[in-house]
Design a binder for this molecule. Structure first.
Ligand SMILES: Nc1ncnc2c1ncn2[C@@H]1O[C@H](COP(=O)(O)OP(=O)(O)OP(=O)(O)O)[C@@H](O)[C@H]1O
Length: 483
Protein backbone atom coordinates (compact mmCIF):
# COMPACT_ATOMS: atom_id res chain seq x y z
CA UNK A 1 0.00 0.00 0.00
CA UNK A 2 1.26 3.43 -0.93
CA UNK A 3 1.07 6.45 1.35
CA UNK A 4 1.53 10.02 0.15
CA UNK A 5 3.55 12.13 2.58
CA UNK A 6 3.48 15.92 2.17
CA UNK A 7 6.18 17.41 4.41
CA UNK A 8 8.63 20.19 3.57
CA UNK A 9 10.99 19.45 6.45
CA UNK A 10 13.31 16.87 4.95
CA UNK A 11 14.59 15.45 8.20
CA UNK A 12 11.09 14.89 9.57
CA UNK A 13 10.11 13.36 6.21
CA UNK A 14 12.99 10.89 6.40
CA UNK A 15 12.00 9.74 9.89
CA UNK A 16 8.32 9.38 8.98
CA UNK A 17 9.15 7.54 5.77
CA UNK A 18 11.31 5.05 7.70
CA UNK A 19 8.57 4.46 10.28
CA UNK A 20 5.89 3.97 7.60
CA UNK A 21 8.12 1.64 5.63
CA UNK A 22 8.73 -0.39 8.79
CA UNK A 23 4.94 -0.63 9.04
CA UNK A 24 4.88 -2.16 5.55
CA UNK A 25 3.94 0.86 3.42
CA UNK A 26 5.71 2.29 0.43
CA UNK A 27 5.94 6.05 0.73
CA UNK A 28 5.78 8.75 -1.95
CA UNK A 29 7.07 12.04 -0.64
CA UNK A 30 6.59 15.61 -1.82
CA UNK A 31 7.09 19.05 -0.31
CA UNK A 32 4.43 21.31 -1.77
CA UNK A 33 0.68 21.43 -2.33
CA UNK A 34 1.17 21.68 -6.08
CA UNK A 35 3.20 18.46 -6.08
CA UNK A 36 0.62 16.86 -3.79
CA UNK A 37 -2.21 17.63 -6.20
CA UNK A 38 -0.34 16.34 -9.21
CA UNK A 39 0.77 13.15 -7.44
CA UNK A 40 -2.78 12.51 -6.27
CA UNK A 41 -3.99 12.88 -9.85
CA UNK A 42 -1.49 10.34 -11.05
CA UNK A 43 -1.17 7.74 -8.31
CA UNK A 44 -3.34 5.70 -6.00
CA UNK A 45 -2.77 6.13 -2.30
CA UNK A 46 -4.10 4.29 0.73
CA UNK A 47 -3.70 7.38 2.90
CA UNK A 48 -2.45 10.96 2.87
CA UNK A 49 -0.17 12.22 5.65
CA UNK A 50 0.23 15.98 5.45
CA UNK A 51 1.90 18.86 7.22
CA UNK A 52 -0.10 22.11 7.54
CA UNK A 53 2.30 24.97 6.81
CA UNK A 54 3.72 24.24 3.38
CA UNK A 55 5.74 26.53 1.11
CA UNK A 56 2.80 27.19 -1.23
CA UNK A 57 -0.08 27.24 1.24
CA UNK A 58 -2.01 25.68 4.07
CA UNK A 59 -2.41 21.90 4.08
CA UNK A 60 -5.72 22.09 5.94
CA UNK A 61 -7.36 24.87 3.93
CA UNK A 62 -6.72 23.03 0.69
CA UNK A 63 -8.02 19.67 1.82
CA UNK A 64 -11.26 20.22 -0.08
CA UNK A 65 -9.23 19.89 -3.28
CA UNK A 66 -8.12 16.43 -2.12
CA UNK A 67 -11.62 15.45 -1.01
CA UNK A 68 -13.13 16.36 -4.34
CA UNK A 69 -11.33 13.55 -6.09
CA UNK A 70 -10.62 11.22 -3.16
CA UNK A 71 -13.57 11.44 -0.80
CA UNK A 72 -12.73 8.15 0.91
CA UNK A 73 -9.02 8.59 1.40
CA UNK A 74 -8.02 8.76 5.08
CA UNK A 75 -6.01 11.87 5.92
CA UNK A 76 -3.63 12.26 8.83
CA UNK A 77 -2.59 15.82 9.65
CA UNK A 78 0.68 16.84 11.27
CA UNK A 79 1.07 20.32 12.67
CA UNK A 80 3.66 22.43 14.39
CA UNK A 81 1.02 25.03 15.29
CA UNK A 82 -0.29 23.38 18.38
CA UNK A 83 -3.26 25.61 19.02
CA UNK A 84 -6.76 24.41 19.79
CA UNK A 85 -7.76 26.30 16.67
CA UNK A 86 -5.51 24.12 14.49
CA UNK A 87 -6.73 20.98 16.26
CA UNK A 88 -10.32 21.97 15.53
CA UNK A 89 -9.56 22.99 11.94
CA UNK A 90 -7.84 19.66 11.42
CA UNK A 91 -10.68 17.60 12.84
CA UNK A 92 -13.26 19.74 11.01
CA UNK A 93 -11.83 18.44 7.77
CA UNK A 94 -12.88 14.99 8.90
CA UNK A 95 -9.24 13.98 9.13
CA UNK A 96 -8.71 10.50 10.50
CA UNK A 97 -6.29 11.83 13.07
CA UNK A 98 -4.43 14.98 14.00
CA UNK A 99 -0.87 14.92 15.38
CA UNK A 100 0.60 18.01 16.98
CA UNK A 101 4.39 18.13 16.65
CA UNK A 102 6.44 16.71 18.22
CA UNK A 103 4.63 13.38 18.09
CA UNK A 104 5.39 9.78 18.76
CA UNK A 105 6.53 8.46 15.42
CA UNK A 106 5.45 4.89 16.15
CA UNK A 107 2.02 6.07 17.13
CA UNK A 108 1.81 7.92 13.81
CA UNK A 109 2.80 4.80 11.89
CA UNK A 110 0.24 2.70 13.79
CA UNK A 111 -2.45 5.29 13.13
CA UNK A 112 -1.74 5.34 9.39
CA UNK A 113 -1.97 1.54 9.40
CA UNK A 114 -5.35 1.77 11.17
CA UNK A 115 -6.55 4.50 8.83
CA UNK A 116 -5.52 2.66 5.71
CA UNK A 117 -7.04 -0.53 7.12
CA UNK A 118 -10.33 1.10 7.91
CA UNK A 119 -10.09 3.01 4.60
CA UNK A 120 -13.64 4.09 4.93
CA UNK A 121 -13.00 7.81 4.91
CA UNK A 122 -15.12 10.31 6.71
CA UNK A 123 -17.29 13.15 5.61
CA UNK A 124 -16.07 16.70 5.66
CA UNK A 125 -17.39 18.65 8.63
CA UNK A 126 -19.80 21.42 7.67
CA UNK A 127 -19.12 23.48 10.72
CA UNK A 128 -17.31 26.79 10.37
CA UNK A 129 -14.24 27.29 12.48
CA UNK A 130 -14.18 29.75 15.34
CA UNK A 131 -10.89 31.57 15.33
CA UNK A 132 -8.86 32.79 18.23
CA UNK A 133 -10.09 30.77 21.17
CA UNK A 134 -8.12 31.90 24.17
CA UNK A 135 -7.03 28.42 25.27
CA UNK A 136 -3.26 28.45 25.34
CA UNK A 137 -1.40 25.15 25.57
CA UNK A 138 1.52 23.81 23.65
CA UNK A 139 2.55 21.13 26.15
CA UNK A 140 1.88 17.51 25.29
CA UNK A 141 -0.59 17.35 28.19
CA UNK A 142 -2.65 20.25 26.81
CA UNK A 143 -2.44 18.81 23.32
CA UNK A 144 -4.24 15.72 24.56
CA UNK A 145 -6.84 17.97 26.20
CA UNK A 146 -7.34 19.66 22.80
CA UNK A 147 -7.73 16.28 21.15
CA UNK A 148 -10.35 15.24 23.67
CA UNK A 149 -12.20 18.51 23.06
CA UNK A 150 -12.30 17.90 19.32
CA UNK A 151 -13.77 14.43 19.92
CA UNK A 152 -16.87 15.70 21.71
CA UNK A 153 -17.77 18.62 19.46
CA UNK A 154 -20.26 16.81 17.28
CA UNK A 155 -21.96 14.71 19.90
CA UNK A 156 -23.75 15.29 23.19
CA UNK A 157 -21.68 12.94 25.33
CA UNK A 158 -21.44 14.07 28.94
CA UNK A 159 -18.02 15.44 29.77
CA UNK A 160 -16.44 15.42 33.22
CA UNK A 161 -13.54 17.85 33.59
CA UNK A 162 -11.22 17.06 36.46
CA UNK A 163 -8.37 19.15 37.76
CA UNK A 164 -7.09 21.43 40.45
CA UNK A 165 -8.57 24.85 40.93
CA UNK A 166 -7.45 27.38 38.32
CA UNK A 167 -6.33 24.85 35.70
CA UNK A 168 -8.86 26.07 33.14
CA UNK A 169 -11.82 23.72 33.60
CA UNK A 170 -14.43 26.37 32.97
CA UNK A 171 -12.56 27.64 29.93
CA UNK A 172 -12.52 24.13 28.48
CA UNK A 173 -16.26 23.80 29.12
CA UNK A 174 -16.79 27.07 27.25
CA UNK A 175 -14.58 25.90 24.40
CA UNK A 176 -16.62 22.71 24.07
CA UNK A 177 -19.74 24.81 23.85
CA UNK A 178 -18.43 27.52 21.53
CA UNK A 179 -16.85 25.10 19.10
CA UNK A 180 -19.47 22.39 19.31
CA UNK A 181 -22.68 21.87 17.42
CA UNK A 182 -24.76 23.50 20.16
CA UNK A 183 -22.93 26.82 19.98
CA UNK A 184 -25.98 28.75 18.77
CA UNK A 185 -27.71 27.82 22.04
CA UNK A 186 -26.95 29.23 25.49
CA UNK A 187 -24.01 28.33 27.74
CA UNK A 188 -25.34 28.21 31.29
CA UNK A 189 -22.84 27.79 34.12
CA UNK A 190 -23.93 26.81 37.62
CA UNK A 191 -21.58 26.69 40.55
CA UNK A 192 -23.29 24.01 42.56
CA UNK A 193 -21.09 24.71 45.60
CA UNK A 194 -22.22 28.33 45.74
CA UNK A 195 -25.95 27.65 45.98
CA UNK A 196 -27.47 26.97 49.42
CA UNK A 197 -28.45 23.30 49.70
CA UNK A 198 -32.15 24.09 50.12
CA UNK A 199 -32.25 26.15 46.91
CA UNK A 200 -30.22 23.92 44.66
CA UNK A 201 -33.04 21.80 43.29
CA UNK A 202 -35.14 24.82 42.50
CA UNK A 203 -32.12 26.47 40.85
CA UNK A 204 -31.42 23.45 38.68
CA UNK A 205 -34.89 22.17 37.93
CA UNK A 206 -37.06 25.23 38.52
CA UNK A 207 -40.23 25.42 40.59
CA UNK A 208 -43.91 26.08 40.15
CA UNK A 209 -45.63 28.99 41.78
CA UNK A 210 -46.52 28.05 45.36
CA UNK A 211 -44.30 24.97 45.41
CA UNK A 212 -42.86 26.15 48.73
CA UNK A 213 -43.04 29.20 50.96
CA UNK A 214 -41.51 32.04 49.01
CA UNK A 215 -42.17 30.53 45.60
CA UNK A 216 -44.27 33.47 44.51
CA UNK A 217 -43.86 32.84 40.81
CA UNK A 218 -42.88 30.05 38.49
CA UNK A 219 -39.12 29.76 38.15
CA UNK A 220 -37.44 28.22 35.14
CA UNK A 221 -34.43 26.15 36.25
CA UNK A 222 -30.97 26.04 34.74
CA UNK A 223 -31.68 22.81 32.88
CA UNK A 224 -34.52 24.47 31.02
CA UNK A 225 -32.58 27.70 30.51
CA UNK A 226 -29.83 25.67 28.87
CA UNK A 227 -32.21 24.12 26.32
CA UNK A 228 -30.48 23.87 22.95
CA UNK A 229 -27.14 24.67 24.53
CA UNK A 230 -24.76 23.51 27.24
CA UNK A 231 -25.21 23.26 30.99
CA UNK A 232 -21.95 23.55 32.89
CA UNK A 233 -22.20 22.09 36.40
CA UNK A 234 -19.16 23.38 38.24
CA UNK A 235 -17.89 22.07 41.60
CA UNK A 236 -20.03 18.98 41.18
CA UNK A 237 -18.06 17.27 43.96
CA UNK A 238 -19.62 19.65 46.49
CA UNK A 239 -23.22 18.99 45.55
CA UNK A 240 -25.47 17.95 48.45
CA UNK A 241 -26.62 14.30 48.39
CA UNK A 242 -30.28 15.02 47.80
CA UNK A 243 -29.52 17.19 44.79
CA UNK A 244 -27.19 14.46 43.51
CA UNK A 245 -30.09 12.01 43.60
CA UNK A 246 -32.33 14.37 41.64
CA UNK A 247 -29.59 15.09 39.15
CA UNK A 248 -29.03 11.39 38.61
CA UNK A 249 -32.73 10.85 38.06
CA UNK A 250 -32.82 13.66 35.52
CA UNK A 251 -29.84 12.26 33.64
CA UNK A 252 -31.26 8.74 33.66
CA UNK A 253 -34.72 9.70 32.48
CA UNK A 254 -33.64 12.49 30.14
CA UNK A 255 -36.37 14.64 31.67
CA UNK A 256 -36.74 17.15 34.50
CA UNK A 257 -39.70 18.10 36.58
CA UNK A 258 -39.96 21.50 38.25
CA UNK A 259 -40.24 21.40 42.05
CA UNK A 260 -43.96 21.19 42.79
CA UNK A 261 -44.73 20.52 39.13
CA UNK A 262 -46.10 17.51 37.31
CA UNK A 263 -45.02 18.13 33.76
CA UNK A 264 -42.02 16.10 32.55
CA UNK A 265 -39.82 18.39 30.49
CA UNK A 266 -37.45 16.73 28.02
CA UNK A 267 -33.81 17.55 28.49
CA UNK A 268 -32.23 19.16 25.48
CA UNK A 269 -28.81 20.12 26.72
CA UNK A 270 -25.24 18.87 26.70
CA UNK A 271 -23.96 18.41 30.23
CA UNK A 272 -20.40 19.33 31.12
CA UNK A 273 -19.50 18.84 34.78
CA UNK A 274 -16.31 19.80 36.60
CA UNK A 275 -14.73 19.36 39.97
CA UNK A 276 -11.41 19.97 41.67
CA UNK A 277 -12.14 17.16 44.12
CA UNK A 278 -10.85 13.68 43.71
CA UNK A 279 -14.22 11.95 43.44
CA UNK A 280 -13.11 8.43 44.27
CA UNK A 281 -12.37 9.14 47.95
CA UNK A 282 -15.61 11.16 48.05
CA UNK A 283 -17.46 8.07 46.84
CA UNK A 284 -15.64 5.87 49.36
CA UNK A 285 -16.60 8.30 52.13
CA UNK A 286 -20.24 8.16 51.03
CA UNK A 287 -20.33 11.83 50.02
CA UNK A 288 -20.68 11.33 46.30
CA UNK A 289 -23.00 8.88 44.55
CA UNK A 290 -21.07 6.29 42.62
CA UNK A 291 -23.87 5.85 40.07
CA UNK A 292 -23.88 9.60 39.40
CA UNK A 293 -20.12 9.50 38.96
CA UNK A 294 -20.45 6.87 36.22
CA UNK A 295 -23.26 8.85 34.56
CA UNK A 296 -21.13 11.97 34.43
CA UNK A 297 -17.79 10.39 33.68
CA UNK A 298 -18.59 9.42 30.09
CA UNK A 299 -15.76 11.45 28.60
CA UNK A 300 -13.25 12.47 31.28
CA UNK A 301 -10.91 15.36 30.54
CA UNK A 302 -8.03 15.70 32.98
CA UNK A 303 -6.63 19.19 33.32
CA UNK A 304 -2.97 18.91 34.28
CA UNK A 305 -1.71 21.24 37.01
CA UNK A 306 0.44 24.05 35.60
CA UNK A 307 3.57 22.82 37.42
CA UNK A 308 3.37 19.61 35.37
CA UNK A 309 3.42 21.55 32.09
CA UNK A 310 6.07 24.22 32.49
CA UNK A 311 6.31 24.40 28.67
CA UNK A 312 3.03 26.33 28.69
CA UNK A 313 4.01 29.01 31.17
CA UNK A 314 5.99 31.37 28.94
CA UNK A 315 3.25 31.35 26.27
CA UNK A 316 0.53 31.85 28.88
CA UNK A 317 2.40 34.76 30.45
CA UNK A 318 2.80 36.47 27.06
CA UNK A 319 -0.86 35.79 26.28
CA UNK A 320 -1.96 37.44 29.55
CA UNK A 321 0.37 40.42 29.00
CA UNK A 322 -1.33 40.98 25.69
CA UNK A 323 -4.75 40.66 27.26
CA UNK A 324 -3.79 43.05 30.03
CA UNK A 325 -2.72 45.58 27.40
CA UNK A 326 -5.98 45.11 25.51
CA UNK A 327 -7.79 45.85 28.74
CA UNK A 328 -5.98 49.17 29.07
CA UNK A 329 -2.98 48.24 31.22
CA UNK A 330 0.49 49.36 30.08
CA UNK A 331 1.87 47.31 27.19
CA UNK A 332 4.91 45.19 28.06
CA UNK A 333 7.06 42.48 26.65
CA UNK A 334 8.82 39.67 28.45
CA UNK A 335 12.47 38.75 27.96
CA UNK A 336 13.16 35.05 27.37
CA UNK A 337 15.00 34.92 30.74
CA UNK A 338 11.97 36.35 32.51
CA UNK A 339 9.73 33.78 30.79
CA UNK A 340 12.12 31.09 31.84
CA UNK A 341 12.09 32.25 35.45
CA UNK A 342 8.29 32.21 35.48
CA UNK A 343 8.35 28.70 34.02
CA UNK A 344 10.29 27.47 37.05
CA UNK A 345 7.79 28.66 39.64
CA UNK A 346 5.33 26.25 41.26
CA UNK A 347 2.08 28.20 40.57
CA UNK A 348 0.10 26.37 43.18
CA UNK A 349 -2.99 28.32 42.11
CA UNK A 350 -2.32 27.18 38.53
CA UNK A 351 -3.22 29.34 35.53
CA UNK A 352 -5.38 31.63 37.65
CA UNK A 353 -2.44 32.50 39.88
CA UNK A 354 -0.16 33.06 36.88
CA UNK A 355 -2.78 35.27 35.26
CA UNK A 356 -3.23 37.42 38.38
CA UNK A 357 0.53 37.66 38.72
CA UNK A 358 1.00 38.79 35.13
CA UNK A 359 -1.73 41.40 35.45
CA UNK A 360 -0.05 42.75 38.59
CA UNK A 361 3.25 42.74 36.76
CA UNK A 362 1.71 44.63 33.84
CA UNK A 363 0.43 47.22 36.26
CA UNK A 364 3.59 47.63 38.31
CA UNK A 365 6.51 47.09 35.93
CA UNK A 366 8.22 50.34 34.98
CA UNK A 367 10.10 49.13 31.91
CA UNK A 368 8.47 48.23 28.61
CA UNK A 369 10.54 45.09 28.46
CA UNK A 370 10.14 43.07 31.62
CA UNK A 371 13.27 41.28 32.71
CA UNK A 372 14.15 39.05 35.65
CA UNK A 373 14.90 42.01 37.96
CA UNK A 374 11.34 43.33 37.71
CA UNK A 375 9.91 39.91 38.42
CA UNK A 376 12.00 38.80 41.39
CA UNK A 377 10.53 41.17 44.02
CA UNK A 378 6.95 40.41 42.93
CA UNK A 379 7.67 36.69 42.94
CA UNK A 380 9.11 36.97 46.41
CA UNK A 381 5.87 38.61 47.58
CA UNK A 382 3.81 35.99 45.80
CA UNK A 383 5.63 33.15 47.47
CA UNK A 384 5.70 34.68 50.91
CA UNK A 385 1.91 34.58 50.70
CA UNK A 386 1.51 38.35 50.60
CA UNK A 387 -0.92 37.80 47.77
CA UNK A 388 -2.65 34.87 49.37
CA UNK A 389 -5.91 35.50 47.63
CA UNK A 390 -4.30 35.15 44.25
CA UNK A 391 -2.58 31.88 44.92
CA UNK A 392 -5.97 30.21 45.34
CA UNK A 393 -6.45 26.52 45.09
CA UNK A 394 -6.34 23.86 47.70
CA UNK A 395 -3.89 21.75 45.80
CA UNK A 396 -1.17 20.18 47.83
CA UNK A 397 2.22 21.10 46.50
CA UNK A 398 5.75 19.87 46.88
CA UNK A 399 5.84 18.30 50.29
CA UNK A 400 8.78 19.39 52.37
CA UNK A 401 9.22 22.55 50.34
CA UNK A 402 10.21 25.67 52.22
CA UNK A 403 7.41 28.15 52.80
CA UNK A 404 6.98 31.79 53.64
CA UNK A 405 9.88 34.18 53.88
CA UNK A 406 12.58 31.53 53.55
CA UNK A 407 10.91 30.24 50.38
CA UNK A 408 10.93 33.76 48.97
CA UNK A 409 14.65 34.14 49.72
CA UNK A 410 15.28 30.75 48.12
CA UNK A 411 13.36 31.87 45.07
CA UNK A 412 15.16 35.21 44.93
CA UNK A 413 18.59 33.56 45.21
CA UNK A 414 17.70 31.02 42.56
CA UNK A 415 16.38 33.70 40.25
CA UNK A 416 19.32 35.97 40.86
CA UNK A 417 21.84 33.20 40.16
CA UNK A 418 20.02 32.19 37.00
CA UNK A 419 19.81 35.76 35.78
CA UNK A 420 23.26 37.10 36.60
CA UNK A 421 25.43 33.97 36.40
CA UNK A 422 28.50 35.52 38.05
CA UNK A 423 31.80 34.08 36.92
CA UNK A 424 33.08 31.16 38.93
CA UNK A 425 35.15 32.40 41.87
CA UNK A 426 33.11 35.62 42.17
CA UNK A 427 29.72 34.26 43.21
CA UNK A 428 30.04 34.94 46.94
CA UNK A 429 31.24 38.52 46.49
CA UNK A 430 28.61 39.32 43.87
CA UNK A 431 25.83 37.71 45.91
CA UNK A 432 26.76 39.61 49.07
CA UNK A 433 26.81 42.88 47.14
CA UNK A 434 23.45 42.06 45.56
CA UNK A 435 21.99 41.23 48.96
CA UNK A 436 23.52 44.23 50.76
CA UNK A 437 21.98 46.79 48.46
CA UNK A 438 18.28 46.03 49.15
CA UNK A 439 19.12 45.31 52.79
CA UNK A 440 20.81 48.69 53.33
CA UNK A 441 18.09 50.43 51.35
CA UNK A 442 15.40 48.90 53.55
CA UNK A 443 17.14 49.77 56.81
CA UNK A 444 17.78 53.32 55.57
CA UNK A 445 14.13 53.59 54.66
CA UNK A 446 13.21 52.52 58.18
CA UNK A 447 15.62 55.00 59.75
CA UNK A 448 14.64 57.77 57.32
CA UNK A 449 18.19 57.95 55.96
CA UNK A 450 19.86 58.35 59.36
CA UNK A 451 23.21 56.62 58.90
CA UNK A 452 24.07 56.41 62.58
CA UNK A 453 20.82 54.64 63.44
CA UNK A 454 21.11 52.49 60.33
CA UNK A 455 24.65 51.40 61.30
CA UNK A 456 23.44 50.63 64.83
CA UNK A 457 20.49 48.65 63.58
CA UNK A 458 22.69 46.71 61.21
CA UNK A 459 25.32 46.19 63.91
CA UNK A 460 28.16 47.51 61.76
CA UNK A 461 30.58 50.37 62.05
CA UNK A 462 29.22 53.71 60.78
CA UNK A 463 32.32 54.27 58.63
CA UNK A 464 31.98 50.82 57.12
CA UNK A 465 28.37 51.61 56.28
CA UNK A 466 29.29 54.94 54.71
CA UNK A 467 32.02 53.29 52.62
CA UNK A 468 29.72 50.50 51.43
CA UNK A 469 26.94 52.96 50.60
CA UNK A 470 29.39 54.82 48.37
CA UNK A 471 30.49 51.61 46.68
CA UNK A 472 26.90 50.53 46.15
CA UNK A 473 25.93 54.01 44.88
CA UNK A 474 23.24 54.31 47.56
CA UNK A 475 22.49 57.87 48.62
CA UNK A 476 21.12 58.02 52.20
CA UNK A 477 19.63 61.43 51.39
CA UNK A 478 17.15 59.72 49.18
CA UNK A 479 15.69 57.98 52.19
CA UNK A 480 15.31 61.10 54.29
CA UNK A 481 11.60 61.65 54.81
CA UNK A 482 10.37 64.67 52.94
CA UNK A 483 8.01 66.92 54.86
N1 LIG B 1 -5.04 27.31 28.84
C1 LIG B 1 -5.44 28.54 29.17
N2 LIG B 1 -5.25 29.54 28.30
C2 LIG B 1 -5.64 30.81 28.62
N3 LIG B 1 -6.23 31.13 29.78
C3 LIG B 1 -6.45 30.16 30.68
C4 LIG B 1 -6.07 28.81 30.41
N4 LIG B 1 -6.40 28.06 31.47
C5 LIG B 1 -6.98 28.89 32.36
N5 LIG B 1 -7.03 30.15 31.90
C6 LIG B 1 -7.56 31.34 32.62
O1 LIG B 1 -7.26 31.14 33.99
C7 LIG B 1 -8.35 31.48 34.82
C8 LIG B 1 -8.80 30.27 35.61
O2 LIG B 1 -9.39 29.32 34.73
P1 LIG B 1 -10.78 28.60 35.03
O3 LIG B 1 -11.72 29.51 35.78
O4 LIG B 1 -11.28 28.01 33.78
O5 LIG B 1 -10.24 27.48 36.04
P2 LIG B 1 -11.06 26.34 36.80
O6 LIG B 1 -10.24 25.12 36.69
O7 LIG B 1 -12.47 26.30 36.31
O8 LIG B 1 -10.99 26.86 38.30
P3 LIG B 1 -11.99 26.51 39.54
O9 LIG B 1 -11.86 25.03 39.80
O10 LIG B 1 -11.40 27.32 40.66
O11 LIG B 1 -13.35 26.94 39.13
C9 LIG B 1 -9.42 32.02 33.90
O12 LIG B 1 -9.31 33.42 33.85
C10 LIG B 1 -9.08 31.41 32.56
O13 LIG B 1 -9.53 32.24 31.52
Amino acid sequence: MNVLLVEDDTSIAIVITAALEAEGFSVSHCQTLAERDSMLREGRFAALVTDVMLPDGDGIETIDRVREHHPQMPIVILSAQNTLDTAVRATDTGAFEYFPKPFDIDELARTVRQAAGAAQGQTIGEEPVIEGLPLVGRSAAMQSVFRMITRVLRNDLTVLILGESGTGKELVAEAIHQLGHRRSGPFIAVNTAAIPAELIESELFGHEKGAFTGAVARHVGKFEQAAGGTLFLDEIGDMPMQAQTRLLRALQSGTVRRVGGREEIRLDTRIVAATNKDLEPEIAAGRFREDLYYRLNVVPINMPPLRDRPDDIDALARHFLLHAANEGLPRHQLTPQAGELLSRQPWRGNVRELKNFVYRLALLAREDVIDVESIVPLLAQEQSGANGESTGGSAPYGEGRAHGASASIDAAVEAWLAATRPASGTIYGSAMAAFERPLFAQVLRETAGNQLRAAQALGINRNTLRKRLGELALDPEEFARRP
